[in-house]
Every structure is written in structure tokens, then in C-alpha cells.
Design a protein around this ligand. Sequence first.
Ligand code: F6P
Length: 472
Amino acid sequence: MAKLIIVSNRLPVKLQEKDGELSYKTSEGGLATGLGSIYKQGDNLWIGWPGLVVTAPEKQQQIASDLVGENMSPVFLTETEIKEFYEGFSNETLWPTFHYFSQYAIYDQQLWETYVEVNQKYCEAVVAQAGPEDTIWVHDYQLLLLPSMLRERLPDSTIGFFQHIPFPSYEVFRLLPWRKELLEGMLGADLIGFHTYDDMRHFLSSVNRIVGYGSMHGWVNTPNRSLLVDSFPMGIDYEKYAGTAATDEVMKRERIYKSNLNAEKIILSIDRLDYSKGIPQRLRAFELFLEKYPEFHDKVTLLMLVVPSRDAVEKYKELKEEVDELVGRINGKYSHISWNPIQYFYRSYPLETLSAFYRMADVALVTPMRDGMNLVCKEYVASKLDKKGVLILSEMAGASKELSDAVLINPNDINQMVESIYQALTMPEEEQVQHMANMQESLQRYNIHHWVSMFMDRLSYVKIKQLSLATT
Ligand code: F6P
């Protein structure tokens, strides 16, 4: 029977080793939750890296057999591959370019070659498990070459590709020395999905200008096949966030945290440590806000959670120092014995704690310089059961296309950010409730399950359409 194979750089579990003992931490990320109900069914499978370098063959075998029952199959990456494929080409070449930070991008032939080799490694792992009738769904920028590699080996299989980060304008994308190879890699898929219409448009423009294939209503005609490109804005597991926020445990935590914080108004910010998230820009805006509106001293606290990420990459190390320094400077300038304007935590937190933070935040400040979608802002909205609270959201996040009831800002406009913080902190309650209700209605409907079924249905439609084109 035909099965579905999901392929992503990481598996939805993270392997940990302590004193020689292996343990598996399940991911609570949106993708893992959304696809959870699918990959665990029947013979379906998720292929990816378990998040730890394991070299001993017996240990690799043990991990592979531990994961079989979970419908997962591991791809083991060596230390060099992590350095050159993951930290290097994926996160020092593609990530900055795709997020419009091309001045940070490294163009290095060795990193490219390892990227090709690792994509080939994933291809072998899929081919070892896949039959000709299977559907393969490839995820994200680490595996841009995989669709074509798979097409060559399994010509009749159904292949979907979804990109979770932005696709930049042609003018930025064309800076990459391997631009043609990357596009050709993606074009092996039958359906290519992006979060927004703009990402899709940028991709089609690059395909047209770099590879020379035109498109009509999202259909790209290559010399031997047609494929579809479309946008599918990813949602969250709305019921999970709303349900967690309603539990006694979360409400208890909220009471404790609130009384410990002792602030009249709480502004919340949660991100991975990443330059695309605009953390220093947000801190400077908050500093200017404190300068301009001294009546909020002693009253407002910025609760800032920064989740460690990619800490072996130079730019991330530099950013950590910049953030530490800015927080120190602002707190040094304004704090006194019973008030800290910024409460800064550099670690990750469990869902219950995040949910309590979402509940207690009067304002969520989500101001990325560029973001494919951004799920934090959606989680905040889903957790506001009393509908009181204001979302300040960057226009540069994919989510801003759906959440027009947020206070939208340009993260480069510091004065606009300052005024939007003031506006959010003084917004009348009826207005907050109205905006929140509108956003909740849309997020409840366009949730993660809707996203998965939209993509899968469209993929089946493409296959049917291709067959009918081939017979006419
Ligand atoms: O946003 C893209 C993404 O790959 C997410 O899927 C993931 O949660 C995040 O970046 C962090 O990625 P990683 O820790 O694998 O580098």
C-alpha cells in the first residue's frame, strides 16, 4: 500500500545522551504537532536527523531500532556535515540570503559541496524506504536539492516540497553562486508551497529569470513535466494552545509569576536567538519608549525570552553579546531596587510556562526584521481566553498577511514602534476584545490541520491534473 514519507532536516524528536544513556525529547514544534496525526498512521514514516552526532555503528543501530516503532527513521550526520551542511551552507549561506541579510552570507564552494552530499544522503535514506507509489513530502531550505534527486531515482512518485522560511526577491536570490542548481533542485517536486503569496511570486520570478521557465496561475511548465507552485499559510494547533491556557496548572503559574513580577503592565517577547527576529531593534525601541513616556516607569516590564539557537555560528554569538549588552545598559539606566524594566531569560521553557506568560501579557511584541510565518504571535492570540491583550506585529512576518487586526509596524521605524507600544498599553478594553476576537476566529479556522489537508489535497490534485495532461 502507498505510504507518506515526510523528510525534514530534523526529526520531530531530539536525541539526548547523558552518562551513556540515550533519551528522546519529543518536539512540540508546529510541524511535529501538525503532522503527528499523519506520520504515526500505518506504514507512514518521518525521515530526518535525530539532533546528535552518533558515530558508533552499534549505537546508530540501536537508535534506528528504537525509532522504528515511532514511525521514524534517522539520518546520521557527521561532525563535518553538521559544520558544513547545517551550520555552514544552510545557516550561513541560505538562511541570511533568504531573510534579506545577504551581507552576512558566506559563499564557499566546500560548504556547497557538502550541502549537495548531505542532500544526496537524505535521498539515499528515502530511496531505501520508498516505493514507486509513495508520496514524499520534503520540508525546508536544508533540503532544496532533494526533490530533483528523488525525481531522478523515483520518477513516478508524488513529491511535495514546503519552504518554511521566506523566499527572497530575485534581486537577492540571484546573488547566490548556486542559484540555478538550487531552483532546479526544488523543481523536481510536483507541488511547491510557501507561506505567502509574495514568497511564491518571488520564487516564480526567479524561476523565470534564472531557469527560463514561465508560469501561468502557478503552473510551471518544464520541458518534460508541469508542476504547481502555491501559497499555504501555516496555522497552529489552536485547540492545544487554547486548551493549555485553560488548565488549572497554567492559571496557577500565571498567578505566581504575576505576583513575583509586580508590574502593572507586561509586554512579552519570545524568539529564538536570531538576527532575523529584530531583538536589538526591539530593545532600542523599548529604551526610547521609556525615555519618551516616563509615566510608565515602575509600571511596565518587558518580559523577554530568548531561546538559544545555532550557537556555534559566528553571527549568532555576536548577536548574543549585543543583546546581553543592550539589556544590561537599559536595566542599568532605569532599574531601581523594586523595578527592572526588562526581565531577560536566555533558555527554553515548557509549554505550560509559555502559556502562563501568554495569558499574563498585556502586549505581545513580535517584531522580526523578516520571518517566514512566525507562530509565536498566533500562539499568543490563541492563549488569550478573555480576549484582552494587544498584538504588535511586524509587517515583515508572514503572519501579518492574516492578522490585520494586530497593530502592524515596520521594525526599521523605531518611532513607529515606540508609538505602537504606547497605543497598545493604552488601548481601551472593548477595542482589544474586538481585535482579538477577529484574530481568534481566523486562527481557529485556519489551523494546522487545515494547513496539512490543504497541502495534501492540492498535491493529489496536481497528480491527477498531470495524468490528464499526459493523456491529452
Ligand atoms: O523557521 C525555520 C526553522 O527551520 C524551523 O523549522 C525551526 O524550528 C527553526 O528554524 C530552528 O531550526 P534549527 O534549530 O533546526 O536550526
